[in-house]
Design a protein. Structure first.
Length: 348
């Protein structure tokens, strides 16, 4: 049965990777992390299938577990806070060094198989696995706090969708972690014997992540901050892709009515010429078109959410970053082919 489930997850993972890459899409930094996690799930499930049906390779589970943990922790911080804090990077470097030491001591993941606890860890291994659980759990709880409590300012529709999407996955993982710890401790204490194989938790976690990716908001596929894989290490005329994404998209600079190239270049700490070259060669848009395209996209989100029932078109236009009604109407008609009023009638 476990071999069949592993094989199914492998196929589902391959399908998800192709779905994520369809249409020769460019990849944002977020998508690279999603792709990395899917590859880990797919490869790990494929090796599990070989282990259940033919031959199990030594230490692959340990290596994949650590890799998956680090990718997932970075993924949480990136998608919730739009960055990976330096403190987290240093903790991960220390954790990797800790893991290398553990490999020297011959670490093996403690598992429950056929109702029997195998690879019971020594005290040093227990400290390592305790830090493993703590790092993953701390990332989950901290980002949950940041997403739902610490970030009290008014959010726009983009952030609301992100909050709903990520919140579902983070809370699901928290519940899964708590249940797993409860069952494992109950098994150790002999108070509960129904937890016959830890692979059950692994399967649930993998299915959960794949499902999470498949239901991602559509606008993530339209993310204009993206670059081909072969350009990931190339120079970009002094403008950092990460800084541009954080300022222009993550912080919605385009919604600022006073947005202009001089101001954006100043905030990015580059010259106006460097910014213009960056937009031309890497984004393939001029500044005005980039502003209007994103403002119209945001305005469409407001109209789709029926905000016109509570606000005038002029008010929604200002929320979207436009200074006046005429410029909004011109841009809307150019990118949508309709006026806002006609678009509203189309929605009805």
């Amino acid at each position: 049965m476990y071999a069949t489930i592993s094989f199914s997850i492998t196929l589902l993972g391959i399908f998800s990777i192709f779905e994520l890459s369809k249409g020769n899409q460019k990849f944002s930094l977020l998508k690279y992390y999603i792709l990395a996690r899917l590859i880990i799930i797919t490869a790990g499930s494929g090796l599990d299938y070989l282990g259940f049906s033919v031959y199990e390779l030594p230490l692959y589970k340990e290596i994949f577990k650590i890799t998956a943990l680090l990718v997932t922790v970075n993924f949480f911080f990136l998608i919730v806070q739009k960055r990976i804090p330096k403190q987290v990077v240093w903790i991960e470097i220390f954790f990797i060094a800790f893991f290398i030491v553990e490999l020297i001591f011959g670490i093996e993941t403690p598992i429950i198989k056929a109702g029997v606890l195998q690879n019971k860890p020594i005290l040093f291994h227990q400290i390592f696995y305790g830090s493993y659980v703590f790092l993953g759990s701390a990332a989950l709880f901290y980002n949950t706090y940041y997403l739902f409590i610490a970030k009290k300012r008014q959010v726009n529709l983009y952030e609301l969708k992100i909050k709903k999407w990520v919140g579902f996955y983070i809370l699901s993982n928290i519940i899964l972690v708590l249940i797993s710890i409860f069952f494992f401790r109950s098994f150790q204490n002999g108070t509960l014997g129904v937890y016959v194989n830890t692979m059950i938790t692994v399967f649930i976690h993998r299915f959960l992540f794949i499902f999470f990716i498949l239901i991602r908001p559509k606008f993530l596929d339209d993310d204009k901050f993206a670059r081909p894989f072969n350009q990931i290490l190339t120079k970009n005329n002094g403008v950092s892709f990460q800084n541009f994404d954080f300022l222009f998209y993550a912080n919605h600079y385009y919604l600022n009515q006073d947005a202009n190239m001089e101001d954006l270049a100043l905030k990015l700490n580059v010259s106006k010429i460097e910014l213009a070259n960056f937009l031309k060669h890497e984004i393939d848009e001029n500044f005005t078109e980039l502003l209007n395209k994103n403002r119209i996209g945001y305005l469409k989100e407001l109209l789709n959410a029926k905000k016109y029932e509570s606000f005038t078109i002029e008010a929604l236009s200002e929320m979207s970053g436009f200074n006046n009604r005429r410029s909004m109407y011109n841009a809307f008609h150019k990118h949508v082919g309709l006026t806002p009023t006609e678009f509203i009638k189309y929605l009805k």
